[in-house]
Ligand binder design. Sequence first.
Ligand SMILES: Cc1cc2nc3c(=O)[nH]c(=O)nc-3n(C[C@H](O)[C@H](O)[C@H](O)COP(=O)(O)O)c2cc1C
Length: 433
Amino acid sequence: MANLINESFTLPCGQILKNRVCKAAMTERIASGDNLANQGHINLYDMWADGDIGILLTGNVQVDRRNLEGPANVVIDKNNYKNQLSNLKEWSAAGTKNNTQLWMQISHAGRQTPGEINSSPMAPSNIRLKIPGKNYGTPVPMTEEDILDVIEKFVFTAKIARETGFTGVQFHSAHGYLLSEFLSPDINNRNDAWGGDIENRARIHLEIIKRCREEVGEDFPISVKMNSADFQKGGFAADDSIIVAKMLENAGVDIIEISGGTYEQPKLIGVDDLTINPERSEQRKESTIAREAYFLEYAKDIRKAVSLPLMVTGGFRTKEGIEDALQSNICQIIGIGRPLCVDPYCIKKMIEGELEILPSFEKTLSLGPSILSPSSPFTIIKAVNAFGAMAWFYQQIKNMAKGLMPNHKQKLLNALRADMKADKLALKDYLNH
Ligand SMILES: Cc1cc2nc3c(=O)[nH]c(=O)nc-3n(C[C@H](O)[C@H](O)[C@H](O)COP(=O)(O)O)c2cc1C
């Protein structure tokens, strides 16, 4: 079998990656209510940087304290950055050892901000998110001034990332957060310069990239994580993603990461449809479902239109699948998420020939037999299983942040309870600040 996984790769900006694997962004949710980086982040990335991974992407770091994905997110803004400069430097020192790249994923949660954090989050338009058992407020459509302000917020966070030793940035425009909301015609119904045709819906991305390049320079990797599709009828479609990929290439992005789905359609973790309107759901391409990599078929179509490097994330588990994808030249980098919560050193073991299949518990993490499986037709059950599995992965991230190894014996319900308790405390702490 070919061994491309361990080959180095040079990005358009000239930076060299030591191999072809990226730890995908996974939100850590370990900041205190002040939303500053802390010792937990340093411990976590210190561990992952021992795992022979080319790029470590951080979990989503937010640009606005009122629009978070969770109360324990790290936020970097003009008000708080001075209070965390030394921790950010220690975080980057830990995550860049062993010639590892450490890129900060930068985000704004938009309408996916939990209602308990903000009952009137900012979004392109006022279309509310509805997920069973969850509370999201009706968004306030952003004014032109809000949009220009948020562009500068993204750029500011990227500038601090570079100044504190992170070796690249990624703008999160996937999974239904603010930037991807702009791309989605069913969520962005603006009729000004920031909505309507795809040129307008992608404008905020191009402005951020242009301003970011001015601030961070030509030799600093800039990446965008983008949906191949939202899998929502009337949403961001695969044809749109090809057009946006071309625009991002022309704008000077170094690498696009391809994922897919939203909170309503969590196909990013292989789960179908949590909406209260399942008839609005669109299925993934069959050929993709059959193979391990959820979005490789979509990336194949994007590859035909662009020549910049692509990373594909979601579902890769076997050395054979990874090598096949790299060999096909559809993508140059493979993103790996959940297996690195089960074993932080699993990539090193795969590269050294000790492992052919990455450890992954997602198939066994469900409440029970078939009726309760993630493919169950019952939305509530599906939601419990999907949230429970996520809780399990969050718990393992928290263990590693304490310097402990993942606890493979932890049961799904126990993880769910622990995660709900931690979320409650984090919210209280956040609201007290
Ligand atoms: C616990 C957890 C947290 C995640 N947080 C983020 C995030 O902050 N940003 C992001 O772009 N994707 C996030 N994701 C999605 C992953 O980056 C990745 O796309 C997904 O897990 C599929 O890859 P995998 O099959 O290798 O796990 C998260 C996934 C998990 C399991």
